[in-house]
Design a protein around this ligand. Structure first.
Ligand code: DGJ
Length: 388
């Protein structure tokens, strides 16, 4: 009898422990639960190491690509990681998709900054194409380049092709002759002090666009988006992070077509995450405060090339004004579920980068279609099933 009682009480204590520990640090989640901000073990029990990442769905499997972060450094010491999952909950480590190079002469040499990798599949060439933000080793964030790599298999290995600034010598497709004439009159010497009214006006009219025209536009935080017609776009923070560019990619997705627009000049947006719902494009971004969180911003447009309209911060719940402590990285359209989108963000830990966390939250929509991202301590994919 005593044994039975002690067995029952042991069982109860275990249940209670599992209940309380399910969403806390260093404890594997109960299968199926997504716990934003907590340790997220892969199928080997190790916290997923794929930061600033994005997802790709191919042939029944999701692939999660992201930056491999080290214990003490945010520099790229390993490369881009790939994880795979069929259910978005259990992720298998597929290894390094794009490895940094041991060759000190390589643009992607170990110790460079390689951020926010994204992968898309090109139906025509049957190739997987990875783009990422690249900063050359030892040069801080001054290079502001885009790198591209390709593979015949989703998990890689990816072959590095090149890096550069974007669209050298090419003006935005919506710039008129009159706009260009105004830009041509801008003299940088008159605008040395940032954030004055006249400087802000000059940046909007193309002060930095003109400065960088010959060598190509700067490209830092970035996103890729494939539209319903198969055209792909590269969205990146340009002009010293003051302006977003939306640039069409070539048919093989491996270069730029030369067609692009500027969005929100002087708006200081980073971390663009874009999706399309009922024919409307939505883009969630952040402000620019380094690794520290700030308030999310949101834009919408009926055409990918704009005009884009700004909306209030879509976040709701505790810490909503700091995007729950995170910074946007991707929005996933869930396959096979009606109207299901997941907002994804990173909680950076610059002093212990490998311990950075992931925020995944379902996107809700108001009656007028405006997205809302509400904090939840935990949730499952049944969220959409239960909503019906
Ligand atoms: C914010 C960006 O979004 C990150 O990807 C990274 O570049 C940090 N800034 C570096 O401070």
């Amino acid at each position: 009898m005593k044994t039975l009682v002690s067995k029952i009480s042991l069982g109860l204590s275990l249940l209670v422990a599992v209940f309380f520990a399910a969403c806390s640090d260093n404890y594997p989640k109960i299968a199926g639960e997504i716990c934003p901000g907590e340790i997220w073990p892969d199928t080997n029990g190790e916290h997923i190491n794929a930061h600033g990442g994005g997802l790709m769905y191919y042939d029944g499997t999701y692939y999660w690509f992201g930056e491999n972060k080290g214990e003490r450094s945010s520099a790229a010491l390993v490369g881009v990681m790939c994880y795979s999952s069929k259910n978005l909950k259990d992720w298998k480590n597929e290894g390094v998709a794009l490895a940094v190079s041991e060759d000190p002469e390589s643009e992607i040499t170990k110790g460079c900054v390689l951020e926010r990798p994204k992968v898309i599949y090109n139906e025509k060439t049957k190739k997987f194409v990875m783009w990422f933000h690249l900063e050359l080793k030892g040069k801080g964030y001054s290079a502001a380049r885009s790198g591209v790599a390709v593979s015949d298999s989703p998990t890689g290995p990816y072959t590095y092709l090149r890096s550069s600034r974007v669209n050298p010598g090419i003006l935005p497709c919506d710039m008129t002759e009159a706009d260009k004439a105004v830009m041509d009159t801008l003299n940088p010497q008159n605008y040395e002090k940032w954030w004055t009214d006249s400087w802000t006006d000059a940046v909007k009219k193309g002060l930095i666009l003109k400065r960088d025209l010959e060598g190509g536009q700067m490209a830092r935080d970035m996103q890729l988006f494939v539209d319903d017609d198969g055209k792909a776009y590269h969205i990146y923070a340009s002009e010293e992070n003051l302006t977003l560019n939306i640039a069409e990619l070539s048919e093989d997705y491996q270069s730029h077509s030369g067609k692009y627009v500027r969005v929100a000049p002087t708006g200081h947006n980073e971390a663009p995450a874009i999706f399309k719902r009922n024919g409307k494009y939505w883009m969630i971004t952040s402000g620019c405060t380094g690794w520290d969180p700030n308030e999310a911003r949101m834009f919408s447009a009926d055409n990918i090339f704009g005009p884009w309209t700004q909306h209030p911060n879509p976040c709701v719940g505790p810490n909503k004004d700091l995007t729950f402590g995170g910074q946007s990285t991707y929005v996933l359209k869930v396959q096979g579920l009606d109207d299901a989108y997941i907002f994804m963000a990173d909680i950076w830990r610059p002093k212990h980068p490998i311990d950075a966390r992931y925020i995944w939250l379902p996107i809700q929509f108001k009656e007028d279609g405006t997205p809302v991202v509400e904090w939840m301590d935990s949730w499952t994919l049944d969220y959409w099933k239960n909503k019906k």
